[in-house]
Unconditional design. Structure first.
Length: 38
C-alpha cells in the first residue's frame, strides 16, 4: 500500500510540473508574438 503522504507529494510535483510547462508555453508564445511584431 502506498502511504498518503507519498502519493500526495507525487501529485504536488505533477501539478507543479504541469504548471511550469504551461507557464513556459505562454512565455514562448509571447516571445514569438514579439518577434513577429518587429
Amino acid at each position: 500500500s502506498i502511504p498518503k503522504l507519498f502519493s500526495s507529494a507525487i501529485l504536488v510535483r505533477l501539478f507543479s510540473l504541469i504548471f511550469c510547462l504551461s507557464a513556459f508555453q505562454t512565455l514562448c508564445s509571447h516571445q514569438k508574438d514579439r518577434q513577429q511584431r518587429r
